[in-house]
Design a protein around this ligand. Structure first.
Ligand code: ADP
Ligand code: MG
Length: 318
């Protein structure tokens, strides 16, 4: 059968339309990336879609700026340095979070963190007297440690910047602190693996999320050994010593990355039982994955359906 003029035109239209669709789909999938080292950690920024390169560039600039603003050695009121707007906000927010978490998250911990040698990696075990003195003077201290909240705050700021720049799909990994913006370009959820503290397992599990932060605190992340004992960087503000709550890894899932970062540190200090009591009070605002030194895994109800793990876990109900 000879093709008619009409059917040829129709075929041409169909072909052009499908080519246009393929082109548009690929446009949407255009991937723009940057790897940078900032805030003492490796960071990856991945943005999909048109103008993503511009958004990545802006994000890198913003991270560099925030790094300078939030550096503990800069935020030293005694040296006469005044806080920037971002610093002022984070100081206020941190003080609220200190109240909310019954002092388990406390940015006035800086002199103690410093005494242990964590900021400059000159690790040492301070004497009992030294710790006692620092604890007594903690409330009058004017040096703030944003190390436990800065990356979460930065995630929130970058997510906002992305959205303002029309980005629909992006993922940030700020040294293991993950922030998802929108969904994947194909419309599916992001898969975020939670790092395992020991090498025997590939990961603690994989979360399916979108528009949320997934932030983990682990004692294994930064630690040193002295006299056969291991000391890590999450300090119990009540004792001045590395928290020994029985928890090994704490992941917080929330729309609010600043909150998630502070709570990952706070719940690590609280320990499993207190962490669960705390969560029941604020379950609308966040979810958790807790892993303890007995190898038990606990997952809060709100994300249990989106969590996939090779090992068994207990779902914690409200
Ligand atoms: P990471 O930096 O590995 O993501 P965290 O978010 O838990 O881990 O932050 C740990 C950092 O927070 C420490 O290096 C220290 O600077 C600071 N810090 C330690 N203990 C506390 C605490 N109890 N409250 C607030 N900040 C803390
Ligand atoms: Mg934290």
């Amino acid at each position: 059968m000879k093709p008619t003029r009409k059917s040829l035109i129709a075929a041409a239209i169909v072909l052009t339309a499908s080519l246009a669709i393929v082109f548009l789909v690929n446009k949407g999938k255009q991937k723009h990336e940057a790897d940078i080292f900032a805030m003492d950690t490796y960071m990856q920024i991945t943005v999909y879609g048109r103008h993503g390169d511009e958004a990545v560039q802006k994000a890198v600039e913003k991270i560099k700026r925030l790094e300078g603003e939030l550096d503990a050695s800069v935020i030293n009121a005694e040296s006469g340095v005044t806080l920037t707007d971002g610093g002022e906000y984070l100081l206020k927010r941190s003080m609220e979070l200190k109240d909310m978490t019954d002092g388990t998250f406390d940015i006035t911990i800086y002199p103690i963190v410093k005494a242990w040698g964590f900021p400059d990696k000159n690790y040492r075990v301070p004497s009992e007297e030294e710790i006692q003195k620092l604890l007594e003077n903690k409330d009058t201290n004017l040096q703030y440690d944003f190390g436990g909240i800065a990356k979460g705050y930065t995630s929130d700021k970058i997510a906002k910047l992305m959205i303002e720049n029309g980005v629909k799909s992006a993922i940030l990994n700020l040294g293991g602190n993950v922030m998802t913006i929108g969904k994947k370009p194909d419309g599916s959820d992001w898969k975020v693996a939670i790092k395992s503290p020991d090498t025997s397992m590939e990961n603690l599990g994989v979360l399916s999320v979108y528009d949320k932060a997934v932030i983990t605190s682990g004692g294994y992340e930064r630690c040193f050994e002295a006299d056969g004992k291991s000391y890590h960087h999450i300090i119990d503000p009540k004792t001045g010593y590395p928290a020994e709550s029985g928890l090994v890894s704490v992941t917080i899932i929330s729309k609010d990355a600043t909150l998630a970062d502070a709570l990952s540190t706070a719940l690590f200090v609280m320990g499993k039982d207190n962490a669960i009591v705390f969560w029941r009070k604020y379950a609308d605002n966040f979810d958790f994955v807790l892993y303890d030194n007995k190898g038990e895994l606990y997952v809060s109800e709100g994300i249990a359906d989106s969590y996939l793990a090779a090992m068994e876990y207990e779902v914690v109900k409200r």
